[in-house]
Design a protein around this ligand. Sequence first.
Ligand code: G
Ligand code: G
Ligand code: MN
Ligand code: NA
Length: 256
Amino acid sequence: LDQESRLREAVHRGELRLHLQPVVALPDGQVSGAEALVRWQDPERGLQQPGSFIPLAEETGMIIEIDRWILLEACRTIRRWQEESPESAPAWVSVNLSAIHLDLPDLTDHVAYALATTGLSPHCLVLELTETVMMRDLAVTSARLEELRELGVKIAIDDFGTGYSSLGYLRDIPVDVLKIDRSFITGLVGNGRQQELVSAIVQLGHTLGLRVVAEGVEEAEQLTLLTVMGCKYAQGYHLGRPEPADELRAHLTVPA
Ligand code: G
Ligand code: G
Ligand code: MN
Ligand code: NA
């Protein structure tokens, strides 16, 4: 079978895997939330990273099914975890949505279904969309996002700062979370200009009442700088890699 046919079967054969990466609160370093990231356990080639199959999934529309599976699995996992060990469970989970979802009229119904069927509180779910996606059609995008927010879920701008966009959409589009792209965090140490820029983004987000998350934190020194800037959330290999939900859970549960 070719890659496309095998990917088509992957969902039905149960070959997709939910990985979770922790998002920590600053300055205390406690895990606050987690980002859901898909993997494909391909029986022929082993564990595949999204870069090797998301593009094909987007071209063929299979991404709809994949994103919906991840959404359901993420909601179910975090809900169960919150019930079983409320003291160590992440307070929220964020799920990536490809651009195509904003064109589907049943997106809101599907998200409502995922919440209803798993019992997860709407305020524990964050939907991540990239800046470029949001810019496509401001009227359609803001109407769709407003519908979603009426459910009580939060909307995040992923990869913030990488799109060729004006800041005008921050005025027109309803969002709750701003995720500073990791390209701004790489090279932060020893670069005053870069630090001023990131500090300004953090302040801008806070002024607008948004939760600001710095992505791609790989070094302790980056974390120190972000903490001094007043950034309240961070994510990256220095804080925790994406890993199977059970493994993250084991890491968070301190043995008595
Ligand atoms: O996990 P990794 O760092 O390899 O992810 C690479 C890219 O794939 C990122 O841009 C990420 O947003 C995207 N991605 C990961 N999981 C999902 C998913 O479940 N749905 C969508 N649409 N994109 C995802
Ligand atoms: O586009 P998005 O922000 O959803 O992508 C998340 C991707 O970034 C995932 O593929 C994840 O594995 C990766 N990632 C997470 N933390 C780090 C990090 O500290 N460094 C690098 N290089 N990639 C990271
Ligand atoms: Mn993301
Ligand atoms: Na990002």
